[in-house]
Write a protein that binds this ligand. Structure first.
Ligand code: K1U
Ligand code: ZN
Length: 173
């Protein structure tokens, strides 16, 4: 297993539609393991393949919050929202590709999601709370959408300018 570099916005790879995965090959299983390790190290509660430069429909997440509760690392290939609740939730979201920036985003409070797991088995589950927010945030990444795309243009531009400055400073080091 190895840590992958997380791509920082703005970057054209974060705006692309990712391709579905055909078979769960050993290379894809390794990518999923690397992504989980990268997510836990960041630390984060989710990560999508395009954030590490792989334009494939793969996300990982673990939204277990309570200290002492066992971790629940999840690997989702080709995740699809099959049902969304009318009821919505507002959650202050962050993104590992947009460090230190947070904003309220409104999304369906509950979603049902189908996917293929790491063994190639189809799965379907209903998510609520932080899990629902996170899985929608990660699936958005697979469609080239970032949480700042839900914000007013002025706020989005402000955050993007801050990220351009951050990337320039990092490149100088
Ligand atoms: O996709 C990502 O960039 C990961 C992102 C997921 C996410 C966070 C909040 C709402 C929706 C989706 C993160 O993990 S940002 C870091 C974060 O939220 C966190 C980090 C440490 C402990 C708890 C949360
Ligand atoms: Zn994100």
């Amino acid at each position: 297993m190895s840590l992958r570099d997380i791509i920082i916005h703005p970057d054209p790879r974060l705006k692309k539609l990712c391709a579905p995965v055909a078979d769960i090959t050993p290379d894809l299983q390794r990518l999923a393991d690397d992504m989980l390790q990268t997510m836990y190290a960041a630390p984060g509660i989710g990560l999508a393949a395009p954030q590490v430069g792989e334009l494939k429909r793969l996300i990982v997440m673990d939204c277990v919050k309570k200290e002492g509760d066992p971790p629940r690392p999840m690997v989702l290939f080709n995740p699809e929202v099959t049902w969304s609740s009318e009821e919505t939730n507002v959650y202050e979201e962050g993104c590992l590709s947009i460090p230190d920036q947070y904003a309220d985003v409104e999304r369906p409070a509950e979603v049902r999601v189908s996917w293929i797991d790491q063994t190639g088995t189809p799965q379907e589950e209903q998510f609520d709370g932080l899990w629902a927010t996170c899985v929608q945030h990660e699936i958005d990444h697979l469609n080239g959408k970032l949480f700042i795309d839900y914000l007013r243009p002025l706020k989005r531009q402000l955050i993007t300018r801050k990220m351009v400055k951050l990337k320039r400073e990092k490149a100088r080091l």
